[in-house]
Design a protein around this ligand. Structure first.
Ligand code: PAF
Length: 283
């Protein structure tokens, strides 16, 4: 029978459980999530499992990273199914604080990340987002004090922001990025894919096809600006409203005009119907 993970909802209970693990000299890995878990999250858990004796998964839909017009209220919440999946993945601890535990009455401190958080990608369309992510992830790091923390490359700018934040705050942990898990047709797994109608779902893999084709053309030596313009046109013709399609430096996220300035990461965000999708690939 699969063993249910220990589900903890208060900071003293979490600290007690982790103190026991530390006393037994166990390494601790944290996988921060907002729940509604899919194979992409489970790949993060497996990466954590390979690297640490004790795996903690946090499930917390973080209100501070949603703007008032975004989907905080309707964001999918499937706690029972999440726990079953985490039990099967042999997770040790699920850290599931309430909003009141994470942000108690009188909470008044926020991180304001700069640098990669102001690269002009997600931040241009979701200006509140990285402040909320950096604040909650810093709190999760302080609460769990992990040796490593695992994030998906699908949210590529987020991965860069939390890596920089951990470095800037001298937090003694290693951030591990894990490759995006995709459906057979290339669509990146995301909890928000549940919002897609059948017709939108059929159109959605176009984003990955355009990224792949653009990366191929850039590798062949074609002009980056022209490749990006052709990709943007294809995404528009495919029924999406494009937020951005950009070639950026893989580490600094600075704009790139030539392959010599690389390594290059291609990043895209586009809306289809009421769903906003993001994706990225290495060149
Ligand atoms: O990527 C996510 O699911 C969230 O942004 C994170 C890192 C769990 C912070 O709320």
């Amino acid at each position: 029978m699969t063993k249910r993970p220990l589900i903890l909802r208060t900071i003293p209970a979490l600290r007690r459980a982790l103190a026991g693990r530390r006393k037994a000299r166990q390494t601790v890995a944290l996988v921060p999530t907002m729940g509604a878990l899919h194979e992409g999250h489970l790949a993060l858990v497996r990466a954590a499992r390979r690297r640490a004796r004790c795996v903690v998964v946090s499930i917390f839909v973080n209100p501070t990273q949603f703007a008032p017009n975004e989907d905080f209220a309707t964001y999918p919440r499937r706690f029972a199914a999440d726990i079953a999946a985490l039990a099967a993945a042999k997770v040790d601890i699920v850290w599931a604080p309430s909003v009141e535990v994470m942000y108690p009455q009188g909470f008044a401190t926020r991180l304001v990340p700069e640098g990669v958080a102001l690269a002009g990608l997600e931040d241009r369309f979701r200006p509140h987002f990285f402040g909320g992510v950096a604040t909650v992830v810093a709190k999760l790091f302080m609460q769990v004090n992990p040796d490593i923390a695992v994030f998906g490359e699908k949210d590529y700018q987020q991965l860069r922001v939390v890596t920089q934040m951990a470095k800037d705050l001298d937090l003694p942990l290693r951030i591990v990025g894990v490759a995006t898990v995709r459906e057979k047709d290339g669509l990146a797994l995301s909890s928000r894919n549940a919002y897609l109608s059948a017709e939108e779902r059929a159109a959605a893999p176009l984003l990955h096809r355009v990224l792949q084709e653009s990366a191929r053309r850039i590798r062949r030596g074609e002009d980056i600006a022209q490749v990006i313009a052709a990709g943007a046109a294809a995404i528009g013709a495919g029924g999406f409203a494009l937020d951005y399609l950009e070639a950026r430096h893989a580490r600094t996220l600075a704009p790139i005009v030539s392959v010599q300035d690389g390594p290059i990461r291609l990043l895209v965000a586009a809306r289809i119907g009421r769903t906003r999708l993001i994706d990225n690939v290495a060149v």
